[in-house]
Write a protein that binds this ligand. Structure first.
Ligand SMILES: Cc1cc2nc3c(=O)[nH]c(=O)nc-3n(C[C@H](O)[C@H](O)[C@H](O)COP(=O)(O)O)c2cc1C
Length: 341
């Protein structure tokens, strides 16, 4: 019997959990159609950045003194490609065109880190027809005067103001770098988030030791990046009503199954589609279905979270015990030799 793959993601019914993650893959209409044909359950659009919205506003508000604060300087760090990327208005037009072209759900993406007033733009995204909003809170605090609670409160405030201005579901894309992620997740849920997207990938700078320059090159992921996601999916699953989307390192049907078993509601892919083409969605989906059928799983719900912490009585103690076992195991002694003083 064919397993049921359907799933509900932050209130939106999907035929299966495979979603195309935020990327330029959604920047061409023909490719979006190809993704629908290949079986994508939904697509996430390339982000519209806070800086782009604020830059638009700045151009309009000619009376604004650009030297009043650091924004004018900050924007100069942005690559010129960012400034020719779609502005806020053309982003809205794109949502409408994609919605006309395909019948799968389209999730818009806003990427911001301050509460400078750009959040109200979410309402226009909803009006343009987006089925949901992915809110990417990509930021890297570097000041030693900012306590972690302030970082989290700021993020929760952004989520609150975005959620208050729209009625479509909001998923929040976060990084793994929070002191108490389960507690932070609870705060985001209280602020109105319906789902978490786990995790943002930070692009690591490359240092040239000869000319003392730093550059960021785009490196696509591989499956080794998945483990961090699996760990946190397993910890967060079932604690709140939040749905969990996995992004980062999903390249095969086994990766998808691991993410679902850890507690993911949906699984996003980008790198593998950039490397192998969008037809990869259909191949992976077929393999997931065959794998489930061979093992007599009848539905995704049966699979979801079966390897999560919610199935263990004292997850914190088990985490610690696994860690201690790993670093003191006989396997290590066999590999590196016995202790000798
Ligand atoms: C070329 C490229 C552009 C991306 N653009 C965005 C973006 O605009 N917004 C966003 O939230 N994530 C963006 N991402 C991150 C992806 O959505 C995804 O989280 C990340 O690539 C990890 O997934 P993967 O391992 O399947 O590639 C981008 C990734 C790539 C490779």
């Amino acid at each position: 019997m064919n397993p049921t793959l359907s799933t509900s993601y932050h209130g939106i019914q999907l035929p299966h959990p495979l979603v195309v993650g935020a990327s330029p893959l959604v920047d061409q209409l023909d490719r979006v159609r190809a993704m629908e044909d290949a079986g994508a359950a939904a697509v996430v659009m390339h982000s519209l950045f806070e800086e782009q919205i604020l830059l638009d506003n700045l151009v309009e508000e000619t009376f604004v003194d650009a030297h009043e604060d650091s924004f004018g300087e900050a924007i100069s760090y942005f690559p010129s490609t960012c400034r020719i990327a779609p502005d806020a208005d053309s982003y809205l037009a794109r949502i409408a065109r994609i919605k006309e072209a395909v019948s799968i759900p389209v999730f818009a993406s806003l990427n911001g880190r301050t509460d400078r007033g750009w959040a109200s733009h979410a309402a226009e995204i909803e009006q343009a027809g987006a089925d949901a909003l992915e809110l990417n809170l990509y930021s890297q605090p570097t000041s030693d005067e900012t306590p972690s609670d302030e970082v989290e409160s700021k993020a929760a405030d952004i989520v609150r103001s975005v959620c208050a201005s729209i009625s479509i579901p909001v998923a929040v894309k976060i990084s793994p770098f929070y002191t108490s992620l389960p507690h932070f997740a609870r705060r985001l849920e209280s602020a109105g988030a319906r789902a978490l997207v786990i995790f943002n990938r930070f692009y690591q700078p490359e240092i040239n030791i000869e000319d003392l320059t730093a550059s960021s090159t785009l490196q696509l992921s591989d499956s080794s990046e998945l483990n961090l996601r699996l760990r946190w999916l397993a910890i967060l699953h079932g604690r709140q009503a939040l749905d969990l989307a996995c992004t980062g390192g999903v390249h095969s049907h086994t990766d998808v199954i691991k993410a679902l078993m850890s507690g993911a509601t949906t699984v996003q892919m980008v790198s593998t589609l950039l490397l192998n083409g969008v037809s990869r969605i259909g191949e992976i989906l077929q393999r997931v279905a065959t794998w489930m059928e061979d093992r007599e799983y009848t539905s995704i719900d049966q699979l979801r979270g079966c390897m999560s912490h919610s199935r263990t009585p004292n997850p914190e103690a088990i985490e610690r015990a696994n860690y201690v076992r790993m670093v003191t195991s006989a396997q290590l002694r066999d590999r590196f030799g016995p202790v000798k003083w």
